[in-house]
Design a protein around this ligand. Sequence first.
Ligand code: NFS
Length: 673
Amino acid sequence: MVEKLEKAVKEAKLADPIEASVDKATQQMIIRSHELGIETVFDRAVTMKQCNIGLQGTCCKNCAMGPCRLPLPKSGIEGEDTRKGLCGATANTIAARNFTRMIAGGAAAHSDHGRAVAEVFYQAANKLTDDYKIKDPIKLLAIAPHYGVDTKVEVDGKMVDRDIDEIAVELADVALAEWGKSGSTTLVPKRFPKVRYELWEKLGILPRNIDREIVEVMHRTHIGVDQDYKNLMKQGARCALADLSGSWIATDLQDVMFGTPSPLISEANLGVMKKDHVNIIVHGHEPILSEMIVAASQSAEMHELAIKVGAKGIQLSGICCTANEVLQRHGVPNAGNFLQQELAIVTGACDAMVVDVQCVFQNLANVAKCFHTKLITTHPIAKMEQSNVIHIEFDEHHAMEDALRIVTMAVENYKNRGAEVQIPPYKESQVAGFSVESIKYHLGGTFRGTYYTLNDNIINGRIRGVAAVVGCNNARQQHNNAHLTVIKELIKNDVIVLTTGCGGITAAMAGLLQPDSAAAYCGPGLAEICEVVGIPPVLHMGSCVDNSRILNAAIEVVNAGGMGQDLCDWPVAGSAPEWMSEKAISIGQYVVCSGIYTVFGGTLPLDGAPVFKEYLNSGMEELYGGMWAVEADPIKHAHMLIAHIDKKRKELGIDKARERVMMDMADRQALEG
Ligand code: NFS
C-alpha cells in the first residue's frame, strides 16, 4: 500500500504531503486521503496546470471575438508594444480590465455580506425578528455619530439620551441606504484623517454608493468602453472604497448584534475535533447563521440529544471566516483554514458541515460522499448541484428553528460514522478576539484607553512598526509556509503583526497567537512590550471584512498623534503572502489607496503588461502614497515590508531612537551573541 502510494506521488499524480503543507495535521490528512483514494485540492494542484496567459493577466474574454491572448514574448518587448486584441485592446487595457473586474468581484462579495448583515440589523432594530437583538448598546452609541445618527435629543432645553431602540431604527435605515443612495457619497471614508479624505475627494474616488461602483466597473470593462488603464484603476479605487464601506458596516453591525470581540482563549487546527463528540463545522463567511448554530449547539436540549445518541457532547468548530466570526465572539475553535476544508471531512468524524457563502469548494460534496458527513448549504445564493447535499434555507425570521434543525440532523448522524475515523492529534491554543476597542483598553485601561502608548513605543523604537499580514491560502504555494515565514521574520525584527482571515488561522495553528510566543520569536523590543502588556506578538482581529478593524486601528494611531497626519506617514505596511481570491485584490486596492505599502505573495496577474504593472507600483504611489508590490520569496517579502517601515521611521525622524534603544538593551546583545 505504502509503496503504491509513494509510486503515485512520484509519478506526480498525487500531492507530496510535505511539499504541499508545512502543517503536520494537513500532511497527515493528505496521506490519509491518498490511503482512502480521495482526491483533494492538493492533488488537483499537481495535475492541473495553470494557464500561462491568464497568469500574466493578458487574456481578454469580455466579448465573443476572443478570447484574445496577449502573452509577453519570451524575448520581451523591444521598441513599441504592438500587441493587441481584435478590437485593438492593448495588453495594458486588458490587464487593467481584468484587475478591475477582480476588484469588483471582491467588493461584491464583501459588500453583499455587509448588506445581508444590515438587512438582519433592520429586522432586529424594528423588532421584526425575535432571534436577533442588540447585544452591544455601547458599540451602537459609539458608531451612531459616524452614520449621522444623533444619540442625544433636546427635551425642555436640555440634551438627554435618546432611546436606544430609536437610534437603532434610524441607524438601520442609514446603513441600508449606503448601497443605493444618490446625491452624496458613502460615509466610511469620512472616518479617515482629513488629508486622506480630501485627497480622495480631489481625485474623485469617493464612492457614490456601494452598488453603483461595482456596476460601473462592469460597464467600464465591457468591450469598447474604458480603454485607459489609469482611468480604469481610478474606478478600481472607487470600487475598492465601496468594498471597504460595505465591510466596515458589516463589522460595525455584527458587533452591535453579536458583541464587540475582546480577547479570549481558544484552539486551532483539525485536532480540535473530538472522536467521542458530535462534530459540527461551520464554514463560509456570514455570522448570521453561525451565531444561531453556536446558540443551538450549546442548548441543554441539544446536549441531551447528543448524550442520548451515545456522544459525550457537541464539538462545534469552524473553517474560513465564519470560523473567525464565531472564534472572536464565542471562542469556538478553528478547525482549519481555506485549504483544510476537504481534510476536515477526510477525518471521518465530521457529522455535519454547514456552509453559507464564499470560499466553499465545490468538491466538498464529492468528499462528503465518501463518508457519512451531511453537507448542508443554507444560503439561497449558494447551492450545490450534487444530490448528496442538503439545502436548508436559512431565514432570519425562523433562524433559531433552522439552527436547531441543522444541529439535530448532525447529532442524529453521529451513529452513522464509519470505522475509518482519524483525527490528527495536532492543535494549538490561541488568544484571539482583538478589536480596536479591546486594544485601546489593553493599552490604557477603561478610562484612559488610548493608542498613544502604542505610538510611544513605536517612537522610542521598541516596536519598529506595524504590519498587517492577512488573506488566504493558495494551493499553488506550500500551505501556510509563506504566512508563517513572513510573520516570524517580522516579529523577529520587532514589527508587531495584525492579522485577519485565513492568515489569522495559520498563525493560531503555529502557536503564534499565544502570549508566550513573544519570548520565543520576537526581537527584544517587541518581546518586552508583549510581556508588559500581556499580548501575543500577532493580534488576530477577525474575518476578512474585519480588515476594517485594521484600518480603524491605523486611523487611531494617526489620531493619537506623533505619527504624521495621514496613514502614509507612519511605519505601517500590508501583506497577503498566500492570496488567492478576488476579495484579496479588492482589499489590497483599498489598503494601497489608503496610503499603505502592500506586498502580495505568489504572483499577480500583471506580468504580461509591464507598463500597467509599473503603474500599480510607482503610479499608485504618486497618487496615494501607497503602492502594490509582489514578492513570492517570503523572506524577501518580509524584508520589503521592513525596509518600508524603516523608510517611514526615517521620514518621521525616529530612526535614531530605535538605534539607541537597540544599543541600550542587554538582551539584544544576548540575542546576537
Ligand atoms: Ni478572506 Fe475569508 Fe480565507 Fe481568503 Fe477565503 S476565507 S474572506 S478570501 S480564503 S482569507
